[in-house]
Design a protein. Structure first.
Lengths: 718, 159
């Protein structure tokens, strides 16, 4: 790590949260306990294990035992504002901030010890937070050396973090801190919170997007139900608050049966939604362009292909949940939002009060894989709790609330055209895509709100205009649309569709899944047209040594060389991408078998994320990314018709099951000399593409519309 | 329905609860008995997050009226082990790091317990079949299967 000079911005999230004691606090032991270090990131654990990786970093940089690190759940009252935990950026934002903050805390304490002992810093050594003079003599712990206010100052980042040869924990597969409690069923999620006097609430949502409450047939009958404490009715927002959860379930059912709605919902038919989206208001953006007319003139053959990806659900196993309480007119909320500070911006609008009067704490939920109902339920709980001041309210969405109302990963259409020269080199490439925004997360828009209940209030907030995520920030629908290969001519066009018939937002990897599916399966089509092996074809178009390394590693481990293309029912295919064109590299080789349905029997993934903080954490995230992408690719599409979303239960939205899961083998390439990068979203696109390519090599025809169902495959074979 | 007092045998202890007899066991476990390990996922017995053992068999507690369980032997995840002293099955999940968000995991451990009690050395296919009714969205399946295999080996060696 190089020393940062004074003119450059502070590293990672220190740049906007420079105060050291926002990140690191030395906490002296209470009687019977041990001295600890409180580490307070603004990034949240969403089941990806980031807390453990950040604890490893802190323990290593401070020279304390991992057991002394106390990771604090983020809250708007005390944590650095790190905006969203998304886009696989926690290691780059929070990890680097904690490294530098800890290095500075350690150096400051060493300086203090040097003064106290009358020796130079070079003569000091640290062992588990105890500073000693080398060769014996005086010693003192960090907690003895610390002085009040010592770290109530901005970081300078003038103290270089350790080099890889000094790491003890970074780079090792430290076991996750949270797993023992989770596998033994200890309270672990916001769902498990119990506060004294807590009430239970449920929402009763409209039956579809544009339905609004007309009347409630005998509201008094609902109010008279046993245990009902409050029926919250604000415009079309309905919730019941009861003494027990069972009572809340009954009251919600009764209220649902008695509510009458005016429903003006009109959605496009699912079968034509991609064509329909192209007709809606949109703006056109050139995402990337490269021109070499001489090279383009050498084009001998031109191929085109069109691809579609459906709406995909986050489909968290635990429906969204939040707990809220109002005291003296101020709400305090616990929820599993990926961005408690941005959420608070929108809560302030919807609750029509200053942000500073609202406290939001993060508490873990079930895995979210992007923007699910986590933010919406926080507002729901706050609205329900406002009706019963002083009493905490736990509001749990039901399965059908989540499936009906979560913002889905958007549908996309992609058209690719490429020309090959006589030697089988790609000399021209065009990528044109159509999609809605890939993020309607709260917090970023000056007017209106993306929070669901905000639209249903008697005095509703408008929906804000959708915004594009700039390609410099990783892109949205155009994420990974710019090819990683070396083409002399390329053009990437993004049709940003502003009207959104279906509620959409960020789903793990955003546009990368569909773009990589399209690019990488088209690469195989071009390889076939050129008569060149797909692995060899990719390598011929790729200079980046790190990219080549993952492709070669995956192909080697999978036994690519010498394997026949396919035999009519089984086949092997490859897919590759570097996430966002600037983060982790990943190549996947998939093997498929066409039985009654398409089955994926084996996946080999090679992944490289720079310096691996926790190798097993990266492998776990990669395995999970592969398996989730197998599910997306084979099975998933949100069902809807003209009258609304037709997704209520797991029957309506099947996902991959245990007896359908492929064998997964992950090869991790560690590069301690390169900066650490997030790894949670690298595998999705390459996995989908590898499956598409394996299918094509097995049966000799291509399926370009996802998911790869038996009907689509049968149609392609005709 | 009027509330009734029921006596349940949970994790070897007699527990008395007063509830509507139609209330699903899940809510009684979580709210009346403060056992949070069984979790709500779907309320329809489709995902397995709420699985407990009743007389040794996996039952989805979100979908079974509490009144049907009086006098039967209920074991929840809390009846296996603790973070400090995990059951060998739980230890195997820790050793394999077989969880990501972990929301589905307690139900899976309970079904795995029932499987290994009936079939101490299951094949990989038998494990897959036994866990078919459990949904995991993080994609931890491969590790979970390895954890069950590891537990089977450890438990068999200890026999």
């Amino acid at each position: 790590m190089s020393r940062t000079n004074e003119s450059s911005p502070l590293p990672g999230s220190l740049s906007v949260n420079p105060r050291l004691d926002q990140w690191i606090r030395l906490i002296p032991a209470t009687p019977g306990g041990r001295d600890t270090v409180g580490v307070s990131p603004g990034k949240v654990d969403i089941g990806q294990g980031i807390s453990t990786a950040l604890a490893q970093i802190a323990a290593d940089e401070l020279d304390v035992a991992l057991e002394r690190i106390a990771m604090r759940a983020p809250g708007t009252d005390a944590s650095p504002n790190e905006e969203m935990t998304s886009s696989s950026l926690s290691i780059e934002h929070s990890g680097i901030a904690i490294r530098y903050a800890c290095a500075e805390v350690r150096a400051t304490l060493l300086q203090k010890a040097a003064e106290r002992f009358g020796v130079s810093v070079e003569r000091l050594t640290v062992e588990d937070g105890t500073v000693s003079v080398v060769g014996g003599g005086q010693s003192a712990t960090y907690w003895e050396l610390a002085e009040p206010g010592m770290f109530s100052r901005a970081a300078t980042a003038q103290f270089p973090p350790k080099s890889p040869d000094e790491f003890r924990l970074i780079g090792t597969s430290v076991k996750r801190l949270d797993i023992p409690a989770k596998v033994t069923g200890r309270p672990s999620y916001v769902h498990d919170m119990m506060l004294p006097g807590m009430l239970h609430a449920r929402v009763v949502r409209p039956p579809s997007y544009e339905a609004r409450l007309a009347s409630i047939d005998d509201e008094a009958a609902v109010r008279a139900l046993p245990g009902l404490v409050e029926l919250v009715r604000d415009g079309s927002f309905l919730a019941v608050v009861c003494e027990t959860e069972a009572q809340a379930l009954r009251a919600a059912r009764a209220l649902r049966n008695r509510a009458k709605w005016d429903d003006r919902t009109r959605l496009p038919a699912q079968a034509v939604v991609h064509e329909h989206l192209k007709t809606l208001p949109q703006s056109l953006h050139v995402v990337g362009e490269k021109t070499d007319a001489a090279a383009a003139a050498t084009g001998a053959r031109t191929l085109s292909a069109a691809f579609t990806k459906p709406y995909i659900a986050h489909a968290s196993i635990g429906p969204s949940c939040a707990v809220a309480v109002w005291n003296e007119g101020r709400p305090e909320i616990w929820c599993h939002s990926q961005g408690i500070f941005p959420l608070r911006v929108d809560l302030a609008k919807a609750l029509r009060m200053p942000e500073a009067e609202i406290t939001v704490h993060h508490a873990e939920g079930a895995g979210c894989y992007g923007h699910n109902g986590a933010d919406d339920v926080a507002l729901d709980a706050a609205l329900a709790a406002r009706a019963v001041p002083g009493r905490p309210v736990r509001l749990q969405w039901m399965r059908e609330d989540e499936f009906q109302w979560e913002p889905f990963g958007p549908a996309m259409s992609i058209e690719l055209t490429a020309s090959l020269d006589a030697d089988g080199r790609i000399v021209d490439w065009t990528h044109e895509l159509w999609s809605n925004t890939q993020s309607t997360r709260p917090g970023r828009q000056p007017e209106g709100t993306w929070l669901l209940a905000g639209w249903h209030l008697a005095d509703p907030l408008p929906k804000p205009p959708p915004r594009m995520i700039p390609i410099a920030g990783g892109g949205g629908s155009d994420r990974n649309a710019i090819p990683l290969y070396d083409f002399p001519n390329q053009k990437v066009l993004h049709h940003f569709i502003t009207e959104m018939p279906v509620r959409v937002s960020a789903l793990r990897s955003l546009g990368a899944f569909a773009n990589v599916y399209a690019i990488e399966t088209f690469m195989d089509e071009l390889a076939e047209a050129a008569g060149i092996d797909p692995v060899e074809f990719r390598l011929r178009h790729l200079k980046d040594a790190r990219a080549r390394a993952v492709i070669e590693a995956a192909a080697d481990r999978a036994g690519w060389k010498g394997r026949a293309a396919g035999d009519g029912s089984t086949g092997m295919g490859i897919g590759f991408a570097q996430y966002k064109n600037k983060q982790s590299y990943c190549a996947v080789v998939a093997e498929v078998s066409l039985e009654e349905d398409l089955r994926v029997t084996r996946c080999v993934a090679a992944v490289e994320s720079g310096l691996a903080i926790n190798p097993d954490g990266i492998i776990n995230q990669t395995e999970g990314g592969v398996i989730q992408a197998v599910s997306w690719t084979l099975k998933e599409a949100v069902p809807f018709d003209e009258r609304g979303i037709r997704c209520m239960t797991w029957d309506d939205y099947p996902i991959l099951r245990f007896d359908e899961v492929p064998e997964v083998d992950v090869v991790l390439i560690d590069r301690p000399d390169q900066k650490s990068m997030g790894a949670g979203e690298a595998a999705q696109g390459p996995t989908g593409a590898a499956i598409g390519n394996a299918l094509a090599r097995a049966i000799g025809v291509r399926v370009r519309d996802l998911p790869l169902t038996k009907d689509r495959i049968a149609k392609a074979l005709v | 329905m009027t509330d009734t007092t029921l006596t349940l045998r949970v994790n070897g202890a007699e527990r008395t609860v007063t509830c509507d007899p139609e209330t699903a066991l899940l809510y009684v476990l979580r709210n009346d008995l403060d056992l949070k390990g069984a979790r709500y996922g779907c309320g329809q017995g489709q995902c397995g997050a709420c699985t407990v053992l009743v007389d040794g068999k996996p039952v989805q507690s979100c979908n079974v009226p509490t009144s049907e369980l009086a006098g039967r032997d209920i074991v929840t995840i809390e009846g296996l082990g603790t973070p400090e002293a995990p059951h060998p099955l739980q230890q195997a999940f820790i050793d394999e790091q077989a969880a990501q968000c972990g929301y589905c995991i307690t139900g899976i451990v309970m079904s795995a317990k029932a499987l290994l009690d009936a079939n101490p050395r299951p094949t990989r296919a038998e494990i897959g079949a036994a866990l078919r009714d459990h949904l995991c969205r993080c994609g931890t399946h491969a590790r979970i299967v390895r954890a069950v295999e590891r537990a089977a080996a450890a438990l068999s060696a200890a026999r």
